[in-house]
Design a protein around this ligand. Structure first.
Ligand SMILES: [Mn+2]
Length: 478
């Protein structure tokens, strides 16, 4: 090998897939329309970005490892146009495209409504090999195999490596690449086991130097030598495809060494966000002094503020990584009376709707500041329905435990604030006494300290609060 080159590896474009909007769903008003349009166009926008990336990085070729289309009927006319236009734009600049079909776009589907450009090569179900020339000679050998029909169950990895098929083994004078859509044993998660294979099938003498896989929608490098990579879906399709989504840009140097770089492409970013209700209003929600009624509105106002601030922060972070919108699932935890309030009737739905209306208004007021964000839905994962405030006042064992634990936590937090020491010996006597004797001795032992340093006051405070929560779970509270 004498010539360096770059290629791009993507898979699971799922053109035609519609991203689900927030729940409860409402008729989008004028202000909401751009957001819903983005959900509809996201997978197509990801393809446009992929195409642009290939040109920017001067890729020699683009690999598509299956599930280019989402509809198992073969893709809509819109999807066919989008793929054709992307390939044509790449073809104009001499970039070739190689497509191995997967379970969503197998070979038996009806022919496309448009004519594919000549630079698009679709691997057959029997497997094909292409040798690619660069300006200074041969660059790479690319082999791929498509799913023949739905429920493909041939061991495509072994077939493609030329071990159990008529295909010749890879030409090692060239950088060899295998392209296929398959489920690697133990790594396919909730994805169906099509074209099953083991990681070992990709290794051993004679195996290609790079395996361009598709099927699993979460990006992952399964092995380094040879490189075995799932690039994931360029656009996550729903909340269970959270985090960064994109493709891999692979740079092969003149000595044949490959380096893979993940590049985010997804215009819509899914995130699951934890919201701790206890931390939000640690001192509790004000009550009416006479009636003892909870000031739910004030609590919800604080919750709304906290959620909006959190979403804004996340949206700013993800905007830097290409996202135009952040859609979050909020998981509410804690033991606050807010949990009880939100659990009543359709309060949770009403509150979700209210948040999204506020977000939409913010967006209209200051467009382009950061990615737009929405709440997909909220899950109440709050603890047992305990009225913490009433419990704090009660003189039973649960009340006493809660008061002790909270006093301890407050003391520790105070100490942490003053830059308090870590060793139990340095703790105030009332605190040191509350540590089990054996534990204190352990932390004073030098040999033990080498392996596990004594916790900082701040960590101890968090533990005390957590312990209070655990105790409340265990007590039978009226
Ligand atoms: Mn897929």
């Amino acid at each position: 090998m004498t010539q360096a080159f770059t290629f791009v590896h993507a898979a699971d474009l799922h053109l035609d897939a519609l991203l689900p909007g927030p729940l409860p769903s409402v008729m989008p008003d004028e202000g909401q329309k751009p957001f819903y349009a983005l959900l509809e166009e996201a997978v197509f926008l990801a393809l446009e970005r992929l195409t642009r990336l290939c040109l920017e990085r001067e890729a020699a070729f683009l690999l598509l490892a299956g599930d280019v289309f989402h509809l198992q009927s073969g893709g809509s006319l819109k999807a066919h146009f989008a793929l054709r236009d992307a390939c044509a734009a790449l073809g104009d600049r001499g970039v070739r495209v190689f497509w191995a079909r997967g379970n969503h776009d197998p070979a038996h589907l009806r022919p496309p409504a448009v004519r594919w450009p000549d630079n698009l090569h679709i691997f057959s179900p029997a497997g094909d090999i292409f040798k690619l020339d660069g300006q200074g000679g041969s660059l790479a050998e690319i082999r791929g195999q498509s799913h023949a029909g739905p429920g493909e169950n041939r061991p495509l990895a072994r077939l493609l490596a030329g071990r159990e098929s008529a295909l010749p083994v890879p030409d090692h004078a060239l950088f060899s690449i295998g392209v296929l859509h398959c489920a690697v044993n133990g790594r396919h998660g909730s994805h169906a086991r099509y074209a099953p294979c083991n990681l070992g099938d990709f290794q051993g003498a004679g195996a290609p130097r790079y395996w361009a896989l598709g099927h699993v929608h979460t990006p992952a490098i399964l092995a380094d030598d040879p490189l075995v990579i799932y690039p994931g879906s360029p656009q996550g399709l729903h909340i269970n495809e959270s985090g960064a989504h994109g493709c891999y840009v692979v740079r092969v140097d003149a000595s044949g060494r490959a380096e893979a770089e993940f590049v985010p492409l997804a215009p819509v970013r899914w995130e699951r966000l934890d919201v701790d209700l206890d931390a939000l209003v640690p001192e509790g929600i004000p009550e009416d002094e006479e009636t003892g009624a909870l000031d739910g509105e004030l609590g919800l106002e604080r919750l709304e503020e906290a959620i909006l601030a959190r979403l804004e922060l996340e949206a700013e972070k993800t905007a830097g990584e290409s996202a135009l919108a952040l859609v979050g699932r909020l998981e509410l935890r804690g033991r606050s009376p807010l949990g009880r309030l939100l659990r009543q009737g359709d309060n949770l739905e009403a509150f979700t709707l209210r948040l999204n209306q506020t977000l939409s208004r913010h967006e209209a007021a200051c467009p382009g500041v950061a990615a737009r964000s929405r709440v997909k839905d909220m899950l109440l994962k709050t603890g047992p329905d305990v009225d913490v405030q009433a419990l704090r006042r009660s003189d039973n064992l649960a009340g006493e435990t809660l008061r002790q634990a909270e006093a301890l936590a407050a003391l520790l937090e105070d100490q942490a604030g003053q830059g308090g020491g870590a060793s139990p010996a340095a703790l105030p006597p009332e605190l040191a006494a509350s540590l089990p004797q054996g534990l204190a001795e352990l932390y004073e032992d030098r040999r033990f300290q080498r392996h596990l340093p004594a916790p900082e006051a701040e960590e101890l405070a968090a533990m005390a609060r957590e312990a209070a929560g655990l105790c409340l779970d265990m007590f039978e509270v009226e």
